[in-house]
Design a protein. Structure first.
Lengths: 250, 250
DNA sequence: CAGTGGTCTAGACCACGGA
DNA sequence: CCGTGGTCTAGACCACTGA
């Protein structure tokens, strides 16, 4: 087909398609509803499947759609607000904040984490894995790095592997006096292990929240939490107020 | 080089390719260096150009690469940390925080913003456009919505269009007593106008920071700031400390 | 102008989920 | 088993940049 006609400004097809689909979603579809499959949609709009997919990818990135292999494409609910900054500025694991300890091992982390911790290479570091569940949905996977030097009260193997050991590390952490913390957010893509926890494919877009916890002695712990970017809106409400309803800026 | 051989677990080609490229970037390339062009790289790795592009897209999303049409693909510098949460929790435009007022118009915003403002539809709202420049690079574009009712001291046309008018709105805002604020971060894609300000293509991934400013009377203003997700790391340091060096989690 | 990345096509096969 | 989305190919043309 002769692609387009006379477009003074040749807007890409997938971009226009995305707009059309977005309006159709608002107008004709309810949350959870299944869209026609990709081949069908592509035929209906007269484009190649790859082009249609480019539009769907954008909409998924914006949290409008959810696609699952073997199942289909559904209309996504509005993003859930996930509190990140409020909750008392305390140690991780202090309250019932939705985090669940999964496991803990003693390992030597990679260079980037080492730089954040400010410890020398080769020193043992407790690595705690936690997941966060909100409204029955896994929204985040975290790796919490605690240098063994930060929690001298914790003997090497005083708890068996698994959740119990993870909780032991968190418990020891809370005995320290928290001096302050430091947080940053950036875009990343899910590593294979995080993707599995989040029920996504590797490479899925995630919001990486890096937190450093300080005591008088220095950096006592570093947390790297990866949140599903498609379904989450991170909230930093100091006032604790909730944004009731919103939609990502196109 | 015939890339790889038989993989018992058929890891996607683009994923493996991304890993190989990522290691090559760390090892053999300096920041700012130009990579071979896409056709050349695809041939060298024995894959179709589309597959090679899928790997490059991931690396660009992670801030490792920068691609510009007509120019080429270069190795990106580490992401710049951009302070978002600290700086006194004050009104926008209070200090020399890198924001530059561009323009202001009186308009009636779309539904999502209206819901955030909590005002009735049809009421006039000052819409201020600002951009943020850090280290000579445009990192964010903002739309600040101020209901006319919030700044009664500002008569309709007491300043000509343009930056002067924008600054007038900001000045009026600072006469109010700020009661608190509320912030959220989510992933979005750049609208055409924002993309132009940020020197990116439409649809580029952005971090959307939505801030509500409260006075005793209610929501006095709402800011929607879109940050380039590829080059920015948003920092919320209450302590004002700086993360010196980091690399997104894979 | 030549060379780059951006868009688009029309196929093909594969991995996964559910019936 | 079938239907879904996920991956991959080998082309083509276009829009933009810089010399």
């Amino acid at each position: 087909m002769g692609t387009t006609q006379l477009e003074s400004v040749p807007e890409p097809k997938y971009w226009h398609l995305k707009t059309v689909l977005s309006e159709a979603l608002d107008r004709d579809f309810a949350v959870g509803e299944i869209l026609p499959n990709e081949r069908e949609l592509a035929a209906r709009f007269g484009v190649a499947r790859a082009t249609l997919r480019q539009a769907l990818e954008q909409l998924e990135l914006e949290g409008r759609l959810q696609r699952r292999r073997g199942v289909g494409t559904t209309v996504a609910p509005p993003r859930v607000g996930v509190a990140v900054g409020s909750t008392g500025h305390g140690w991780p694991g202090e309250a019932a904040d939705g985090w669940e300890a999964v496991d803990a091992v003693e390992a030597v982390p990679a260079g980037a984490v080492l730089a954040l911790l400010g410890t020398e290479a080769g020193r043992p570091v407790h690595t705690v894995r936690r997941t966060r569940v909100t409204q029955g949905q896994a929204v985040a996977a975290e790796l919490l790095y605690v240098p063994a030097a930060s929690v001298p009260g914790l003997s090497a193997i005083d708890a068996p592997a698994g959740p119990a050991r993870a909780r032991a590390v968190l418990r020891e952490l809370q005995r320290l006096a928290l001096d302050g913390q430091d947080r940053s957010v950036e875009l990343g893509s899910a590593r294979a292990d995080d993707a599995k926890e989040l029920d996504r494919l590797p490479g899925a877009p995630v919001l990486v929240v890096t937190t450093r916890y300080f005591t008088a002695e220095g950096t006592a712990a570093v947390s790297v939490a990866t949140y599903r970017a498609d379904t989450c809106r991170l909230t930093f409400g100091d006032t604790g107020m909730e944004i009731t309803e919103t939609r990502a800026a196109s």
